[in-house]
Design a protein around this ligand. Structure first.
Ligand SMILES: CC(C)(COP(=O)(O)OP(=O)(O)OC[C@H]1O[C@@H](n2cnc3c(N)ncnc32)[C@H](O)[C@@H]1OP(=O)(O)O)[C@@H](O)C(=O)NCCC(=O)NCCS
Length: 310
């Protein structure tokens, strides 16, 4: 698809465009990310992460954007945060932007699709290998969060990310992502400003799960990755992670994207909020070449919906 000569696509136009994108995707779609995310992606992926911004050629006025990141093992491109200002939609401007986002000679491509876009991605560019369960975009008002309702297994050790054997953590991580090597990304993501995380370890020293919660745009907290072997482990980690946030009551909403296949996750967030958690939308995890083997019953919240698929 070609753009007409009033518009152009800028590659990695800088932090101001990133911030404008963050503000707009929140305002119009309710999607919330941390302003530090792009720096974490840059540090982890280097020139394998791209922000493509659609602008008016003369004025460089922001119109929209899309992001992609490429992993090397396996060679997989993840694409997301695809958005145009409402007044520029339906004019044929989205597709040329999208084509920049998905360009790349890789084995497999992945995305997390909004429900209405899911069949379109499948049809146009072959994102038709779709995980059988969906993701429920879930939110809880912070005033309804009561971490003391969460059970704890006192035989388990709750550690900080920096204290654990990182290679063991990544071994666990690869079991959840279907073998994706993303050590650099996890390291950056867990240590970025405004990220709170805990890891739970058995008495034998085995990693049983971890939970990251990060401060995001507009006083939101977003949970992910949040992986656990079972409900009690999940409950133990979530409570520890929430209680490590010093100013929890200054935030408004806790958000997460939760696999429909994990009935324990729904149970856990219901306990946390005494049944006040709200499901806003349904998303689908889609690939072009083959499905990654993701155990949906161990995921309580996916990492993020742009550079991750689990
Ligand atoms: C998604 C979005 C960026 C597409 O922009 P757009 O202005 O509709 O793009 P175009 O005018 O180039 O699209 C022409 C057609 O191709 C479709 N299309 C756009 N991008 C597409 C893609 N990546 N794959 C397949 N189809 C696509 C459009 O839906 C439209 O279909 P229609 O003629 O049946 O209505 C825009 O609708 C938007 O910002 N939506 C809100 C945010 C959102 O849902 N993003 C996607 C999250 S997964």
């Amino acid at each position: 698809m070609q753009l007409n000569d009033k518009f152009e696509i800028l590659q990695n136009p800088g932090f101001e465009f990133w911030e404008e994108h963050l503000a707009n995707i929140y305002k119009y779609e309710g999607w919330t990310y941390s302003k530090h995310d792009f720096n974490s992606w840059k540090a982890a992926f280097g020139d394998r992460v791209n922000h493509f911004a659609l602008v008016e050629k003369d004025t460089k006025k922001y119109i929209g954007g899309v992001f992609s990141a490429t992993y090397t093992l396996p060679k997989l491109l993840a694409v997301g945060m695809y958005f145009l200002l409402p007044e520029y939609r339906g004019l044929g401007l989205g597709l040329p932007l999208w084509d920049r986002g998905i360009a790349g000679d890789v084995e497999n491509k992945a995305l997390i699709a909004a429900e209405k876009m899911s069949p379109k991605y499948a049809l146009r560019d072959g994102f038709d290998k779709i995980i059988e369960w969906d993701l429920k975009k879930t939110s809880i008002q912070i005033k309804d969060v009561d971490s003391t309702k969460l059970d704890i297994d006192t035989t388990l050790k709750t550690s900080n990310f920096k204290e654990v054997d990182f290679e063991k953590l990544m071994e666990f991580d690869r079991k959840i992502t279907g073998g994706l090597e993303r050590a650099a990304y996890i390291k950056e993501f867990f240590t970025q400003p405004g990220a709170y995380n805990k890891v739970v370890i058995s008495q034998e020293g085995e990693i049983l799960g971890y939970c990251n919660i990060r401060e995001c745009y507009h006083n939101n907290l977003v949970v992910g990755p949040f992986y656990a072997q079972n409900l009690l482990v999940a409950s133990t980690i979530l409570r520890a992670a929430l209680e490590s946030i010093p100013n929890l009551n200054n935030f408004e909403i806790l958000k997460m994207a939760v696999p429909s296949s994990n009935s324990d996750a729904k149970k856990l967030f219901d306990i946390l909020s005494t049944g006040k958690c709200k499901i806003d939308a349904k998303n689908f995890i889609q690939f072009t070449n083959h499905l990654m083997n993701i155990p949906g019953d161990k995921i309580y919240a996916v990492t993020d919906c742009t550079v991750s698929y689990a």
